[in-house]
Write a protein that binds this ligand. Structure first.
Ligand code: PLP
Length: 427
């Protein structure tokens, strides 16, 4: 989801417009009134106090420092380095370009493959391609939904240039064992920590693992800078190199030192990110409240399992993912169709997997049965700052209704009015 979804600015957070569904004829797909007139999405869209955002913005505006490592992006880098407990932070125009430039910089010369999971962020194979690497997809662990040492190891070979570990959207991957494996094999390790930005792993801040970790400041993510990304690292040489590359490779005035690109974070984005960073702790309290409301609202629904956060760690509790178990009465496609008609912008969690979609460039994958099974089972539910606790309870109520109304609504694209009549819902 992006901020451009129509209507997201309009009255989101209001109470549901329709009463709870009591019979099939109430479902939006059967011409009932949708649960939400303004769709609820899984995009965070954190909105800081506008005066705070304007106060930051005034600083760059008055100084006429709009971009090119202005005062706000420098302050943001300092504060993000502190957040992740690392020496250096380098900001970028997006998480995507941070990943591309970091992969390029870390890849061992003369080698061509990057090992990464297939069950992951939709554009990750493109990242590899932009870095002139060939993606080699590995399996994931069915419990964490992420890579671990045992799934990475079989994919390592003489042409492995770098490993890209990606944290899943609930909790973390076993990043310590992947780090050990990479070190033992003398391979660079880049971590995509986008969805684990606030988390700790065994008490250590995410951001400090591998050679470097990459994060996003996109409006849908935990820290909203409209758009943007950054890299956290303790490697000063890597940070310096990437800081040059993101700004055309210039070192000083018109002195091109490096292969470069324009991928700088500008000052108004830094102002937004700083304003949200000031409010991050309060925002996380809200995420936690929503998550615990989901836990109550979904408790005991047959066929549905909420992925739980490990609250022994520091965790944002931002993303809400459910698994559709074997006794859930509907296919995932039908579930999404029914939910979306109600204004619940639920999404398939990382499906299809990357190796299952055609690309215009070469990729490598052995059989990935675990990934393919998992790619059928998960649904991302609405969360983030625009979703109220009342919304969460209403979404839980609808899922409970679907769990028990079962087979009558199961047929994809089927006419629900007909099903409603058959089920005796119409007089
Ligand atoms: C969103 C996302 C990215 C890309 O970040 P952008 O700032 O949108 O380019 C990369 N990895 C993961 C896991 C993401 O969810």
């Amino acid at each position: 989801m992006t901020v451009l979804d129509p209507g997201l600015g309009l009255g989101a957070g209001a109470t549901p417009t329709a009463a709870a569904k009591r019979c099939l004829a109430d479902l939006a797909l059967a011409d009932g009134h949708p649960l939400f007139d303004v769709p609820r999405s899984a995009s965070n869209l954190a909105t800081p106090d506008v005066e705070r955002f304007l106060a930051y913005s005034r600083r760059f505006f008055d100084a006429r420092r709009y971009t090119n490592t202005g005062p706000l992006s420098v302050e943001l880098e300092r504060r993000l380095a502190h957040l992740h407990d690392v020496e250096h932070c380098v900001t970028f125009a997006s998480g995507f370009w941070a990943l591309v430039l970091a992969l390029r910089a870390l890849a061992l010369p003369g080698r061509h493959e990057v090992v990464l999971p297939s069950l992951t962020y939709r554009r990750m194979a493109d990242v590899a391609r932009w870095a002139s690497l060939v993606p080699r997809f590995c399996e994931v662990d069915p419990d964490t939904l992420a890579i671990d040492a045992s799934t990475v190891e079989p994919c390592l070979g003489p042409d492995t240039a770098v490993v890209l570990a990606v944290h899943p959207i609930v909790n973390c991957c076993a990043v310590d064992e992947v780090e050990q494996l990479a070190r033992a094999r003398r391979l660079p390790l880049l971590v995509d920590g986008v969805e684990s930005c606030y988390e700790t792993f065994h008490g250590r801040k995410v951001g400090s693992f591998g050679n470097a970790e990459v994060f996003s400041l996109h409006a849908s993510k935990l820290i909203n800078g409209f758009e943007g990304g950054y890299l956290a690292t303790d490697d000063g040489d890597l940070a310096a190199k990437l800081a040059l590359q993101r700004g055309f490779g210039f070192n000083g005035h018109d002195n091109v030192e490096h292969f470069g690109i324009n991928a700088k974070l500008n000052e108004i984005h830094a102002a937004m990110a700083l304003a949200n960073l000031d409010e991050l702790e309060d925002q996380v309290v809200d995420h936690r409240r929503r998550y615990h409301t989901y836990r109550r609202a979904l408790a005991g629904i047959p066929g549905l399992r909420l992925l739980v956060f490990d609250e022994r760690e520091q965790t944002s509790c931002k993303n809400i993912v459910v698994e559709l178990l074997d006794d859930w009465p509907l296919t995932r496609a039908r579930t999404l169709e029914l939910l979306q008609a109600e204004g619940i912008l639920a999404r398939a969690y990382y499906a299809p997997a990357l190796h299952q979609r055609p690309t215009a460039y070469r990729t490598i994958a052995g059989p990935l049965p675990v990934t393919e099974r998992l790619a059928e089972r998960f649904v991302l539910l609405p969360s983030g700052s625009r979703v109220s606790l009342t919304d969460v309870t209403a979404i839980g109520g609808l899922l409970r209704f679907l769990a028990t109304s079962g087979a009558a609504v199961a047929r994809p694209g089927g006419d629900l009015t007909e099903a409603a009549v058959a089920a005796g819902a119409h007089p």
